[in-house]
Design a protein around this ligand. Structure first.
Ligand code: ATP
Ligand SMILES: Cc1cn([C@H]2C[C@H](O)[C@@H](COP(=O)(O)O)O2)c(=O)[nH]c1=O
Length: 329
């Protein structure tokens, strides 16, 4: 099977068809789960089958529903929502977007997030990439998280500064994650990014998955990562980036880069509580590497040369361009 349309045709021809994991490629699983609830990281076959049943319903019903009076149409949605055990609002949302999934628009906005431990060069690289895209005539949106001057971001800055007794390194990881998640949710609340060719993000959900899971016991780490994805994608409806580019370097080089950053509003001239913790930084580096092996939308770029010195910004930018041009993520 090679397309969602052919899968629907199979569903239509075989009553009670339940797909096996091998019946559908990883790429299609990601696409359908992105449409279903955004959480592409929980690819259980039960979730994929639920999404396919709803997709098939949308496809089969569309021409009929389009011509029905409003009250009868609503009745159809109400009954189907009950069958699928989802809310009517969610079914209506899925119905309004299913054509985009079955007949993809090549001009869809690409969301690319820049990630890595503190001082890994995300800001420098995002701005080089943005310049390149703009000089190629692309329409580009950018966002950086946390948004330190927003309502939620201000509290994140205070917690990171370590100035109070309760700080970002002693507050429990789930509570800390909620601040970051709400900060992103607020920032996306009224954002219509469909007109951009690219939306570039300086840190996104993966930062919490990595940094906050680095603060829980190792045996609870992978469950914690899933909790973050569920919180931000399934519950808050944030989109999963098409691609995460993670800049990898050792903690010695990152420390040196942090010290060259100069004054920052939320922390002044000093480092924040995560930047100060060698444990958090080295655990975070390891978790980024582990998650990149697990998920196809996470790609690592090695920022160090054979002598463990930082490659130049231009050299790293070439590697970013290679990943984008390759397009195989
Ligand atoms: N390839 C590089 N070689 C040398 N210095 C670099 C390189 N890339 C970035 N830097 C310097 O390192 C510092 C941190 O870079 P940048 O702000 O881009 O990192 P960041 O990952 O965004 O940091 P943070 O996560 O702490 O916000 C800056 O002073 C920047 O000029
Ligand atoms: C967005 C985000 C960030 N963090 C962590 C990672 C960093 O140590 C700090 C702040 O980021 P900055 O790049 O130094 O400004 O917070 C996190 O744990 N979760 C997140 O979502």
């Amino acid at each position: 099977m090679d397309s969602l349309l052919s899968i629907i045709q199979k569903v239509n021809s075989e009553e009670d068809l339940y797909l096996d994991s091998k019946d559908i490629s990883d790429k299609l699983k990601r696409e359908i789960l992105q449409w279903y609830d955004g959480n592409i990281y929980s690819q259980t076959i039960a979730r994929v089958n639920s999404a396919i049943s709803i997709l098939a319903w949308c496809y089969n019903k569309s021409s009929e529903l389009d011509y029905l009076p409003r009250n009868i149409r609503d009745k159809h949605f109400e009954e189907a929502a009950e069958t699928f055990k989802i809310s009517q609002e969610k079914l209506i949302r899925l119905f309004s977007s299913y054509t985009g999934l079955l007949f993809p628009n090549q001009n869809k906005t690409k969301i690319i997030a820049f990630e890595g431990i503190d001082g890994s060069g995300k800001t420098v690289q995002m701005s080089l990439f943005e310049e390149k895209l703009k000089s190629n005539g692309k329409h580009v949106g950018i966002k950086s998280f946390p948004v330190y001057d927003s309502f939620f971001g201000k509290s994140i800055g205070e917690l990171l500064s370590g100035d109070e007794e309760v700080n970002a390194n002693n507050v429990d990881p789930k509570s800390m994650s909620l601040w970051y998640a709400l900060d992103r949710w607020k920032s996306f609340e009224n954002l219509n990014y469909s007109n951009y060719d690219y939306l570039l993000l300086n840190r996104f959900t993966l930062s919490s998955a990595v940094y906050q899971s680095s603060r829980v016991k190792p045996e609870l780490q992978s469950e914690f990562v899933q909790w973050i994805f569920e919180l931000e994608h399934t519950e808050l409806g944030l989109p999963a980036p098409d691609l995460y580019i993670v800049f990898d370097l050792n903690t010695e080089n990152s420390k040196q880069n942090i010290s060259s950053k100069g004054y920052r509003d939320y922390v002044g001239d000093k480092a924040d509580v995560y930047e100060e913790s060698l444990d958090i930084m080295s655990n975070a580096r390891k978790i980024y590497q582990e998650l990149a092996l697990k998920y196809k939308n996470i790609v690592i770029i090695n920022c160090l040369d054979e002598n463990n010195k930082m490659k130049t910004p231009k050299e790293i930018n070439h590697e970013v361009m290679r990943v984008i041009e390759d397009g195989s993520y």
